[in-house]
Design a protein around this ligand. Structure first.
Ligand code: 5GP
Ligand code: 5GP
Ligand code: 5GP
Length: 220
């Protein structure tokens, strides 16, 4: 994707539900630091335009440099773990996200501020608590209405999220996979989404699967 000089308009802040990443036919691998907690984790903070398009890979002269985020590493390991195979310590995922998306936010956030902003947004959203307050708890074989999930997050954060679903490998049910929230360009405040993302949609009743008994399909 070509480098564009036009500033972006807002971010999608995307969090993933680890059980739904792991229970598809593609499988997953736990990070070297161990199985993540049963909580949402960060996928990325993605600069976007109001027309739905987005910039990517904006600066090949400022690629990921782990020495800039050493003080954030223990938080990143917990809150931004990588579940892709082969298992890794997270650096590859963080590096990918910075190089592809973070470099497009540089006029507002340098590397350290970018990762710090994402961690702070995750705390602020506190999705697991928002759902729990509404009685929506991870469980297998139990279905919640998509509306009740969106309402619970709106009630707790003030903003309606976009929910992306995927399909579990064994039971073939739609399940909560990712939650998109919109954030203004400085990276600290949620806003109403100017345009909805293209993530795969959900049926009206979806599963919010448990992560506690999931095992990675293969570890290396
Ligand atoms: P990646 O680049 O993350 O390896 O692959 C991303 C692609 O995998 C996306 O285009 C997405 O459509 C697809 N995908 C959809 N659901 C899942 C899932 O639950 N787990 C994984 N690993 N990939 C998925
Ligand atoms: P997927 O096919 O998994 O939905 O998306 C693949 C990748 O494309 C994402 O991991 C992300 O890097 C990028 N992407 C997909 N949709 C959007 C979008 O609406 N905005 C931005 N900024 N990036 C996106
Ligand atoms: P995107 O380009 O869609 O922002 O990020 C997806 C890329 O990050 C894919 O290449 C995928 O393999 C890698 N990745 C590593 N760990 C994870 C993870 O835990 N979740 C997701 N969705 N992608 C991951």
């Amino acid at each position: 994707v070509a480098c564009v000089s036009r500033e972006f308009d807002f971010y999608y802040f995307v969090q993933q539900w680890p059980a739904s990443y792991c229970d598809t036919k593609r499988s997953c691998c736990y990070p070297k630091t161990g199985k993540p907690a049963e909580d949402f984790s960060i996928h990325g903070l993605w600069p976007n335009y109001k027309d739905g398009s987005y910039p990517a890979n904006c600066d090949s002269d400022d690629l990921f440099n782990d020495s800039e985020i050493t003080d954030l590493e223990s938080r990143l390991e917990k809150e931004w773990p990588s579940l892709a195979c082969p298992s890794s310590d997270g650096m590859r995922f963080w590096g990918h996200e910075w190089d592809k998306h973070g470099t497009c936010s540089q006029s507002y956030l340098d590397q350290h501020s970018y990762f710090k902003a994402a961690l702070d947004l995750k705390n602020k959203a506190n999705l697991l608590q928002a759902l729990d307050k509404a009685g929506i708890k991870p469980a297998d074989g139990k279905y919640y209405s998509l509306e009740s999930i969106k309402d619970a997050i709106k009630e707790a954060t003030g903003y309606t999220p976009y929910i992306e679903c995927n399909v579990d490998a064994t039971r073939k049910y739609h399940q909560l996979y990712q939650v998109y929230m919109c954030v203004e360009a400085s990276g600290s405040e949620f806003i109403n989404c100017p345009v909805l993302p293209h993530g795969r949609s959900c049926t009206s009743q979806i599963e919010f699967p448990s992560f506690s008994h999931i095992k990675p399909s293969h570890q290396e």
